[in-house]
Design a protein around this ligand. Structure first.
Ligand code: ADP
Ligand code: ASP
Ligand code: MG
Length: 294
């Protein structure tokens, strides 16, 4: 791993479940992260769908409170990724496979204690980050330490930014699970679905990043869902306000609550495609979006 030094740019990267659905996805992420020294703080989601009828790991974990086989299926997703990494991921891949195996055993041992639904749902991001930290040979920082919620599960952005800034100031680089945090009693809470985008934004605000790169499975923000509309037009640039409107109208590419922390801190977001890393993506910042279609 190349080091991240204080005077250089700081980039926070968030990889969604669509980018982490397989061992090949994890290796694509490694390539992206290692290709720039400034890519210091990495936020990861739980593995998403590999194909249209597949089930996201988070959905399996949410079902596992009622259906023990659902937890087994979630665990199998991680074991399959670990096998792929051990086979083709070199030393980092083998270490990642060992790390996720140990973490899965620890979680399984605690299942008899009737964990909460939020705790179970959060384990997808936890396991992804444990595995990614080992693959990248970078430190793991648990979101439970830096993302703050009230006891009734309301996100506390002010406390998060202060705590995350303090804890991450002693890290040049880290891998952090998305989607969840904890209250002052140590109980786990999650954001709403798609909430790893919010974790990335809060981490970016906390470390005063130069940019928040949000890596997904499409090459930016379009005027319509590009997976359903082949003639959708990509924004080269879009303002925070127009992005808020699009996200509020259902554009799942970015959680609307991810806009506030970076907008308040004056940090731009770039939406990028982990399957096509040389595509420029879409920049989200202040200004007027209108003439910026490409
Ligand atoms: P991730 O797993 O990276 O968080 P998501 O599935 O949450 O990814 O978001 C990416 C998806 O958002 C794309 O695959 C696309 O189908 C969908 N999407 C919906 N509306 C838009 C839009 N206007 N522009 C881009 N993507 C969109
Ligand atoms: N894994 C969570 C979900 O499926 C959070 C996220 O992907 O951002 O909603
Ligand atoms: Mg998403």
């Amino acid at each position: 791993m190349r080091g991240c030094i204080a005077a250089m740019k700081i980039k926070v990267l968030k990889f969604g479940g669509s980018s982490l659905a397989s061992g090949a996805g994890f290796l694509r992420v490694k390539h992206i992260v290692d290709s720039e020294d400034a890519r210091c703080f990495i936020v990861v989601s739980a593995p998403g769908k590999r194909y249209k009828s597949d089930v996201k790991v988070t959905d399996l974990l949410l079902a596992s409170k009622e259906d023990a086989t659902a937890f087994e299926r979630a665990a199998d997703r991680f074991k399959a990724i670990a096998l792929e990494l051990a086979a083709v991921g070199g030393v980092g891949g083998a270490t990642a496979a060992d790390a996720v195996k140990a973490a899965l055993e620890e979680i399984c041992a605690g299942l008899s204690a009737d964990p909460t639904e939020a705790y179970l749902a959060s384990r997808g991001e936890y396991l992804s980050a444990v595995m990614m930290a080992a693959l990248l040979a970078r430190p793991f920082v648990d979101a439970a330490e830096i993302i703050a919620f009230s006891e009734d599960g309301v996100p506390d952005d002010t406390r998060t930014v202060a705590t995350a800034r303090h804890i991450l100031s002693s890290h040049k680089t880290a891998v952090i699970p998305g989607f969840y945090g904890s209250d002052t009693n140590g109980n786990i809470h999650t954001f709403s679905r798609g909430g790893s985008d919010i974790t990335g934004s809060l981490v970016a605000a906390a470390v005063q990043a130069d940019i928040y790169e949000n890596w997904t499975d499409v090459s930016g923000v379009y005027d319509r869902d590009p997976q359903n509309c082949p003639d959708a037009r990509r924004y080269h640039y879009i303002s925070y306000e127009d992005m808020r409107r699009l996200a509020g109208a259902g554009a799942a590419v970015l959680h609307p609550a991810a806009l506030d922390p970076v907008q308040q801190a004056g940090i731009p977001i770039r939406i990028r495609n982990s399957f096509r890393p040389s595509d420029e993506g879409t920049l989200i910042s202040d200004g007027n979006s209108e003439e910026f279609f490409k």
